[in-house]
Design a protein around this ligand. Structure first.
Ligand code: C5P
Length: 310
């Protein structure tokens, strides 16, 4: 039991999923991305990212939502680790182990969480000293949601979602997520949003003052009243059954229901922890969703710590 692998087993971090309390989408930019005004909240569904020194790059995937995640060079965690390696010229190959709990292609940034986790874990494993701003810059190049997922909590996103600003947020929010059998492609949902809008003029996106005020007071009912997602109509257009899921959750007492990000996960905000349990039980019993998860937010990224040897 004294091999090198046991002396330095590796590094581990837990990264949460996100929900967009608000997602305002402007008309497409010249580069094809859409300008956003969004309010992100990290919620307590986590992927665990472990990295171990290895002779070759590899990724293995376990966990409740492992199905459908590529274990090859398309894997976002692997791409993030290799990007950090390329940029810094530091480090050696790693074996990445992902334990997934975040829905895949669900609008909750599961792939982005894995990429953020790989960046944080490899940064520690390789003893790098990049600043938070440098890591965020690298993260932004890999995906619009990834800078937020380097820390989590509650934050305002602008640009294409990659520019993060803090916002004052109080309270704990109790969520119930209705998962869909099949995922939605993010580019397809943005394209459908553009198609549905046609030539209607679209204002520059702004976060709502009502939502920011509701968050600063920690008032769940006011937050519920101010939530909104410009991609919701597009997600429903591509997956019409989502309208029934939304209706079901509201009929079971949710304060508000919203498609999460580009969907198809539907996020319901409950009045309190007990109401969330009732809502999750009713939604599960109704069979209107493929799976149901309860979570709370805001939560942040866990500590970057030594992983158990495997
Ligand atoms: O940045 P990310 O890789 O998450 O984006 C995935 C896709 O979603 C982009 O290629 C683009 O089609 C779309 N997108 C967009 N506007 C944004 C963010 C994403 O059009 N602000």
């Amino acid at each position: 039991m004294t091999s090198a692998a046991h002396i330095h087993p590796g590094v581990c971090v837990k990264v949460p999923a996100k929900v967009n309390l608000e997602l305002r989408v402007g008309p497409p930019r010249a580069d094809g991305f859409h300008p956003l005004a969004t309010v992100y909240q990290g919620v307590s569904l986590y992927d665990t990212i472990e990295v171990f020194p290895a002779r070759e790059w590899s990724v293995e995937i376990a966990g409740r939502t492992a199905a459908g995640v590529p274990a090859d060079e398309n894997n976002l965690a692997l791409r993030a680790a290799q990007a950090l390696h390329d940029v810094t010229g530091a480090g050696r190959p790693v074996r990445i182990r992902l334990t997934k709990e975040i829905p895949v292609a669900g609008g909750m940034a599961g792939g982005s969480a894995d990429a953020a986790g790989a960046l944080l874990a490899c940064h520690r494993l390789w003893g790098l000293d990049m600043s938070a701003a440098e890591l965020a810059h690298l993260a932004a190049g890999l995906g619009s949601d990834i800078p937020f997922l380097l820390s989590g909590g509650t934050a305002i996103g602008s640009g294409r979602g990659e520019r993060i600003a803090p916002t004052s947020a109080r309270g704990i929010y109790h969520w119930v997520f209705a998962l869909s059998e099949t995922g939605l492609s993010t580019p397809a949902v943005y394209a459908e949003c553009d198609r549905l809008r046609g030539s209607t003029p679209v204002p520059a996106p702004e976060p709502s003052a009502d939502l920011l005020a509701a968050l600063s007071f920690g008032n769940a009912e006011a937050v519920a009243a101010a939530m909104g997602n410009d991609l919701q109509a597009a997600a429903i257009s591509l997956q019409p059954a989502l309208a029934e899921v939304l209706e079901a959750g509201m009929s079971f007492g949710a304060l508000a229901g919203i498609v999460s990000g580009s969907g198809p996960t539907v996020a319901f905000l409950a009045r309190d922890a007990e109401a969330a349990i009732d809502l999750a039980v009713s939604l599960t019993a109704s069979g209107s969703a493929a799976d149901v998860r309860k979570a709370s937010g805001p939560v942040t990224v866990g500590p970057v710590e030594l992983a158990a040897a495997r």
